[in-house]
Ligand binder design. Structure first.
Ligand SMILES: Cc1cc2nc3c(=O)[nH]c(=O)nc-3n(C[C@H](O)[C@H](O)[C@H](O)COP(=O)(O)O)c2cc1C
Length: 220
């Protein structure tokens, strides 16, 4: 991957700054990488959302898993075009990029599949990640949080895969009381994992805290 210098902060955060000036609330967009729309990953995202919303932050839930999203074809036209878009405009990827760029924070959730993330989550990471790089790190200094559902093993690898995306893009990553995962197999079982749910709750609180501070609101 070609390295690019960080873009000027004004350019990167123009959308959120304009919203703030107009008194519009901060916004977090979450992508559910599970094909189970109401599965455990969705439960985890919604728990993080509860805390964000109670802090006055707007949320948007985007269903990613189970929908057609091609992987990166390595055409590198995003580097030639530098228009903030993927040149392969045949699926929902550019809508996702637009939502990410407009947001102040991004939650990426995936179930653990063979000790890693789902193909849809990986496709989003590869294509949005390359578009971001091609345009001077479009997601720079946004807050990013990974959440992972797992039956038994492999969640740390999945968690790392998502955090690689955030961290190479100059994003800021808050922590919680444990790594952001929950043990569950059948739909909804995540709700029974007390520690997992508490981890999501604290993650939401820390994400809200961080957003307030790095976006220049609230006490330093
Ligand atoms: C194709 C596939 C692969 C999976 N691989 C793993 C795995 O490597 N480790 C694990 O603990 N659970 C694995 N699981 C179980 C899911 O991670 C688990 O059921 C999770 O709660 C599903 O989250 P969801 O309801 O959001 O889809 C796998 C499930 C599927 C369908």
């Amino acid at each position: 991957m070609e390295r690019t210098a960080g873009a000027g902060e004004d350019g990167v955060h123009r959308a959120s700054r304009v919203r703030q000036r107009k008194g519009i609330r901060m916004r977090v967009v979450a992508f559910n990488g599970s094909p189970r729309t109401d599965g455990n990953t969705a439960v985890l995202i919604r728990k993080v959302f509860e805390e964000l919303e109670s802090a006055g932050i707007e949320t948007e839930f985007v269903q990613l898993g189970g929908r057609a999203l091609h992987g990166c074809v390595a055409c590198y036209r995003c580097f030639a075009n530098k228009d903030g878009r993927c040149a392969v405009d045949k699926d929902e990827l550019n809508d996702h990029v637009t939502k990410m760029v407009a947001a102040d924070g991004i939650v990426l959730g995936s179930p653990t599949y063979f000790a890693d993330i789902t193909p849809e989550t990986k496709a989003l990471i590869d294509r949005a990640g390359l578009v971001s790089k091609a345009n001077g790190d479009l997601l720079r200094r946004k807050v990013g949080a990974a959440v992972v559902a797992v039956r038994r093993a492999g969640s740390i690898h999945a968690f790392d895969s998502i955090n690689h995306f955030f961290l190479i893009g100059q994003m800021i990553v808050p922590g919680s009381i444990y790594w952001n995962m929950s043990l569950a197999r059948e739909k909804g079982e995540a709700l029974n994992d007390e520690e997992g749910m508490e981890t999501m709750k604290v993650l939401g609180q820390n994400m809200a805290w961080l957003l307030e501070r790095i976006r220049g609101r609230g006490p330093k």
